[in-house]
Design a protein around this ligand. Structure first.
Ligand code: UDP
Ligand code: BGC
Length: 265
């Protein structure tokens, strides 16, 4: 499934995207807002693939602060319905993100295969690049992570603006509620990260071979640092992590995969 929302056109689009198989259809979705209010999100039908193919995409030369937010997703609807309105409010706050353009892409994997977070992120990245507006950066965003608004500062402590330099990538999920807002480990790069398009192209994206839990975010970090990019940890950003159990069918055999897939898939 892919759901998109953006603050440019004031429209929503929901379509289903399974890995390797694209099915488009109308969908209407009701979200219960975190504040208990009900929001009904209109849905836009996607053109069939053949039409998409022939469609000439004229890129709207856009704001350099245009961020495609990509959420890998499967069977966590309770999380999704909390995250979408939360992010929408968070990113539309003009005092913290005054000139940010964003669009949210939810990429859903079918039920049959072992979950592959990194591949979904790559699919989202490629789909975002086919959009009419041009994105300068891409946020890889877990569905269970809600940024917490700073209560003492007008500038947000979780900064979703595109990095000002192609040399720097951001990591936002440094302090998580499930760990009492302490650091996971020194080089943790999971949860929420922001990369520029230039960086994604230089490193060849996320590693596609990581079926199952863990490791793919470590490889993404290694790919960035191997190419000389710097990771800026947003030390003041706090994240509220929603509870979940680990999904069945995933495995932990990722350590050897890290060595094998540092740079080459
Ligand atoms: N995810 C999902 N369904 C799954 C497994 C993972 O939607 O069955 C997505 C979701 O965005 C989640 C992210 O992948 O936040 C990372 O997975 P998980 O939360 O299980 O890993 P953890 O953060 O607990 O290490
Ligand atoms: C895994 C990462 C994961 C992290 C936090 C690490 O051991 O390699 O993929 O994000 O733990 O759970």
């Amino acid at each position: 499934m892919m759901i998109t929302y953006n603050n440019l056109e004031n429209s929503f689009c929901v379509c289903f995207v399974f890995v390797g198989l694209f099915i488009f259809y109308n969908w209407t979705i009701n979200y219960q807002g975190v504040d208990g209010t009900n929001n009904r999100y209109p849905v836009m039908k996607m053109a069939p693939k053949s039409i998409e193919k022939n469609k000439k995409v004229t890129k709207i030369s856009s704001n350099p602060n245009s961020n495609a937010i990509i959420i890998p997703y499967r069977q966590r609807f309770d999380h999704l319905q909390k995250l979408i309105p939360h992010l929408f409010n968070f990113l539309n706050n003009k005092s913290t993100h005054p000139d940010l353009n964003f669009k949210i892409f939810v990429i859903e994997q079918s039920e049959k295969m072992i979950f592959n977070r990194a591949m979904l992120l790559n699919i989202g990245y490629l789909l975002a690049k086919k959009e009419e507006s041009e994105f300068n950066c891409f946020t890889f965003h877990d569905v269970d992570m809600l940024p917490i608004e700073s209560s003492y500062s007008s500038s947000s402590s979780c900064n979703y603006n595109c990095p000002l330099s192609n040399k720097i990538a951001y990591h936002l999920a440094e302090k998580k509620s499930n760990l009492n807002f302490t650091k996971e480990y020194e080089h943790y790069f999971g949860g929420i990260s922001i990369l520029t398009d230039f960086q994604m192209m230089k490193i060849g994206g996320n590693p596609n071979r990581f079926f199952g839990w863990g490791g793919e975010d470590d490889v993404l970090r290694i790919r960035l640092t191997n190419r000389g990019f710097t990771i800026k940890n947003q030390e003041n950003c706090k994240i509220n992590v929603l509870e979940h159990s680990r999904d069945a069918g995933n495995n932990l055999q990722w350590i050897e995969k890290i060595e094998k897939t540092k740079n080459n898939d």
